[in-house]
Design a protein around this ligand. Structure first.
Ligand SMILES: *Cc1c(COP(=O)(O)O)cnc(C)c1O
Length: 356
């Protein structure tokens, strides 16, 4: 039976990425060796790194003066690296979920943090709107897509200060005006590559301003100077990222991906909104994520939630259980997920509804 992959992360990758990665595990760049067993300093791997950076910049239209780094430690390490390198006196943070509040917790280790707004009062099911960012902060940090709750900020905020964003789960799902940001970072395991690599887009001349001792490996300048090769980078996930980027380019780039993602999300949200049984957890349509669609059973059907998971799983719908902080269901519709899978899920929802 065909499986449909709705996991939130690690998550679905394009068949092209998987096939090319499998080939390179057996024989990389016609070297007669696996990519797993060659030096990251070989000219063959250096070519992969160079091409990955170049294509990343091309697809996101990253202006001159920015570096793209590929590091270890996950997005979670960036929660600390960002303030360690960038927080001089005070930073502003928007609290839109668990990931955002983890970033806030780390920032507080390095200076004053102004949490300008929070949606915690309603279990993060909306994006706060009426907040002001003080002019005297070093940066404003936000999480563009709240993977757990299914909310998303799809337009670069206008806040009057330099921005830093965690775009782990919606990078390459929309054009971004990178010139407004000092840093954009994210774990690769949602829209880019297997787990193990973190991308960091950094404005070169924004670095080196914080007056504190920074360990070498945690200093962005180290990695900018060495082109992400100060130490051994995550070779295999970087290779896979390159394949994904090639696939994105071949599809037509970020604007085409955005259209595909919007179309998929619309089909699923429409099915939920017109259902007698299911209800979306994010009421405001503008705040709804096109990457992670969260929904639950209406109160009168609540005791059928477990049955629906079992029913859907039997029909090949994988990974639709909601995060424990929200409950219910979450269907992640990342770039690599085809419309066919969304339609298959909608059919299963309708079939289940008809039975009850
Ligand atoms: C998954 C996720 C993270 C955590 O990433 P790790 O690479 O596991 O540290 C952080 N932020 C967001 C928005 C995420 O979706």
């Amino acid at each position: 039976m065909k499986k449909h992959n709705f996991y939130a992360g690690p998550s679905i990758m394009s068949q092209f990425t998987i096939d090319e990665t499998a080939k390179a595990v057996n024989n990389f760049a016609d070297m007669g060796l696996s990519i797993l067993e060659i030096s990251h300093r070989s000219k063959q791997f250096q070519a992969v790194m160079d091409e990955t950076v170049a294509l990343f910049k091309e697809l996101l239209e990253i202006p001159e003066g920015y570096s793209v780094l590929f590091l270890g430690g996950g997005a979670s390490l960036q929660f600390a690296m960002v303030p360690m390198n960038m927080l001089i006196h005070k930073a502003a943070y928007l609290d839109t979920g668990v990931w955002a509040s983890k970033a806030i917790k780390e920032a507080k280790l390095f200076g004053e943090v102004d949490v300008v707004a929070s949606s915690k009062d309603r279990n993060y099911n909306y994006i706060p709107r009426d907040y002001k960012v003080p002019e005297d902060v070093d940066y404003f940090h936000y999480t563009s897509n709240n993977t757990i709750y299914g909310t998303e900020i799809r337009k670069d905020p206008e806040v009057g200060v330099r921005m830093i964003a965690d775009m782990s789960s919606d990078i390459f799902s929309r054009p971004v005006d990178v010139s407004k940001y000092d840093i954009i970072y994210g774990g690769a395991q949602k829209n880019l590559a297997p787990a193990g690599v973190t991308f960091v887009i950094v404005k070169d001349d924004a670095l080196g301003k914080a007056d504190r001792v920074i360990p070498t490996m945690l200093n962005y300048e180290t990695h900018v100077k060495k082109g992400s090769m100060f130490n051994t980078p995550p070779v295999l996930p970087i290779f896979s990222a390159l394949q994904t980027l090639k696939y994105y380019k071949q599809l037509g780039g970020v604007k085409v991906l955005e259209k595909m993602d919007m179309d998929k999300a619309e089909v699923l949200y429409n099915a939920i909104d017109s259902s007698k049984m299911f209800v979306a957890t994010v009421p405001n349509h503008e705040d709804r994520s096109i990457m992670n669609v969260c929904f639950v059973m209406k109160p009168e059907y609540k005791d059928l939630e477990k049955d629906f998971i079992d029913f859907a799983t039997e029909k090949g719908m994988m990974g639709i259980k909601g995060h424990r902080d929200v409950g219910g269901f979450r269907a992640s519709l990342y770039n690599a997920l085809p419309m066919e899978s969304v339609k298959a899920l909608v059919d299963v929802m309708k079939e289940f509804e008809a039975k009850h």
